[in-house]
Design a binder for this molecule. Structure first.
Ligand code: SF4
Length: 394
């Protein structure tokens, strides 16, 4: 896989060595067992895959290239490039400003832009509506486009399927930048709708099988379709794609469920005319990180730590998986480890942050499971390890 130029302060030599050893021993990525870092009073089990993915490294390289080449021009990002506060803070420190917040509200009016300003498209991609606004101003937004190739793969595959008359069901968070971008690109050529989870997919299934009325389904999905969507006509041929950082097994469960419903409705013989297989659009990094966590939580430990930005979708799903097996703390960096007795933990679902007392059990040595999201620099993971090591040794 391509190697990217990323700032030195995001790298960790200890973790790079561990990852390299694992890679050498298991080049085909068949072994998902964790790496073990053992110290006197604490042992860390590090997930087989964690940290920066291809798309994030690609985005960081392009953003820093833009900074180098700016020559006094204004540099803007449509919104946060990735959901990591440290990376975004660093970009701000180099003078990059965000045009919108994560929810799509304008922070700087587009009317303020000039044709020679640099505008960076984030790794999630952006909507065609935003691209048009930039084009109308004359901004060359394709020069520093960091849209991840794995997001573009979803768009390309959707185009192929859509051309054959399939409706695309997008499994994603309706307010997430990537889901909005994917919806915008697909609706240009095909019918599509957004489903948040398996329960919403089941509502679609219930409508297809005449268990709920047209009015009910129209009400449930009123904000998830565009004006031309017709539930009576557009749910006979379906393919499922996703916001790439969703839980891969949930996307798989939704696709399997929709296929089952379509078999029930139209019979097995011609199912390929009604259901499009889209397994190949799942992001490798999301899959690897989630599979590595599934393996990690089989190890007995005192607690697990998941490190990454509170707004990061892929990190939140790692927390969701860990919590099913072990006491888990979701932290942004070593700064959230306040002391020997207090840790700042974020609820992955509500995003509320709370101080938790007595998070360290009294016995020694402690065993801690560690993973981090695809937008978290390894240096932060190393800092967390060092801080816990220090705390447990004193
Ligand atoms: S998680 Fe996957 S799709 Fe998202 S930026 Fe990383 S490689 Fe790309």
């Amino acid at each position: 896989m391509k190697k990217f130029k990323i700032p030195q302060n995001y790298k960790s030599s200890i973790l790079a060595n561990l990852k390299a050893q694992k890679k050498q021993a298991d080049p085909l990525k068949k072994d998902f067992s964790p790496s073990i870092l053992e110290y006197k009073n604490i042992t860390f089990y590090l997930a087989r895959h964690f940290g920066f993915c291809y798309g994030v490294e690609n985005a960081i390289e392009i953003a820093f290239k833009a900074i180098e080449e700016a020559q006094g021009k204004n540099i803007y990002l449509i919104s946060e490039m990735i959901h990591n506060p440290q990376v975004n803070k660093d970009l701000n420190a180099y003078g990059i400003r965000f045009l919108q917040n994560t929810y799509g509200d304008n922070l700087i009016p587009f009317e303020n832009l000039k044709p020679d300003d640099i505008v960076i498209i984030p790794a999630f991609g952006t909507t065609l509506e935003t691209e048009k606004k930039l084009s109308d101003i004359g901004v060359q937004f394709k020069t520093y486009n960091t849209t991840c190739p794995f997001v573009e793969k979803v768009w390309n595959r959707s185009y192929q399927i859509g051309k054959k008359g399939f409706t695309l069901l997008i499994h994603g968070k309706p307010q997430h930048e990537e889901t909005k971008a994917t919806f915008s690109h697909i609706k240009e050529h095909s019918n599509c709708l957004i489903v948040k989870d398996i329960n919403e997919a089941k509502a679609i299934g219930d409508y297809i099988l005449n268990k709920i009325s047209l009015e009910q389904i129209q009400f449930l999905f009123k904000d998830r379709i565009d004006g031309t969507f017709d539930f009576k006509k557009h749910l006979t041929k379906i393919g499922v794609v996703n916001q790439t950082t969703q839980l891969a097994f949930e996307t798989h469960a939704i696709a399997t469920y929709i296929k089952k419903v379509l078999i029930e409705k139209f019979g097995e013989t011609h199912i390929n005319d009604h259901f499009a297989d889209t397994k190949d659009t799942l992001c490798y990094a999301t899959n690897d990180n989630q599979n590595a966590v599934q393996e990690l939580i089989k190890y007995k430990a005192d607690f697990s730590l998941v490190i990454g930005g509170a707004k990061s979708s892929n990190t939140s799903h790692l927390v969701e998986l860990c919590e099913q097996a072990i006491k888990t703390y979701f932290i942004e960096s070593e700064l959230d480890i306040i002391s020997k007795t207090q840790i700042k933990h974020t609820d992955w679902l509500t995003k509320e942050t709370n101080l938790i007392d007595n998070y360290l059990p009294p016995h020694r040595p402690l065993k801690v499971l560690i993973t981090s999201g695809a937008s978290c620099p390894d240096k932060i993971v190393e800092n967390v390890i060092n801080k816990l090591r220090e705390i447990t040794e004193n």
